[in-house]
Design a protein around this ligand. Sequence first.
Ligand code: ADP
Length: 228
Amino acid sequence: MEMQKAREADMLKSTFLANMSHEIRTPLNAIVGFSGIIAEMDTEEDKSEYVEIINKNCDLLLRLITDILDFSKIESGVMEYSLSDVNIKEICSEQYRIHSLKVQEGVTMVCDLAALPDVTLHTDPKRVTQIISNLLSNAIKFTEQGSITLSYTLKKDHILFEISDTGIGISAKHLESIFERFTKVDSFRQGTGLGLSICKTIVKALNGDIGVSSTPGKGSRFWFTLPY
Ligand code: ADP
């Protein structure tokens, strides 16, 4: 049993490394290619279209590198947390604003800011932002129509964050493993398979919990809690 687990972990790592080269090369090629020809574009419209492609690929590359660096920090046990009083509504509002611009055509991002309570938590603002950003990016990536909703509610001793989407969903078989590192349901999709495992490590370190429920073809609901 142990042996088999070790072998599986080993195989996941090899697939990850092979995958990584592709993941880095694809956005980098787009950035190099499009920035090379942008000066020759005649119309402003063409130019801004290319700038948008370059921006999108820079984002991908940035997330990829952040994920790898965080992953290696977690592996070597040097991930640091810096706690302060954090305005939760402000973080959600900012993440909502940033990610609204990135949804696919035909998708609406929803966050009823007026209805959200004002909450101050003593936690790590950078890491909370990272989790929300990660879950929203995933929702955007896997939702081609409908909506993505960000909200949070106050419970007795914790705050519950929810990110729901009407995207492709996740089968019961895969639900169990997606928080494990290097796990991707569809290996042809962009991604390292590290995002959710990093989220889980961070949430646990901040004394919270994280989970998901999903119906294939209907959508997914990711949630996480932080003590209040
Ligand atoms: P990646 O960086 O590859 O997206 P994650 O750890 O963030 O890695 O996600 C792991 C896998 O979980 C994804 O490859 C995808 O198959 C699945 N997944 C995550 N979020 C969603 C979502 N909102 N809808 C459908 N599938 C999802």
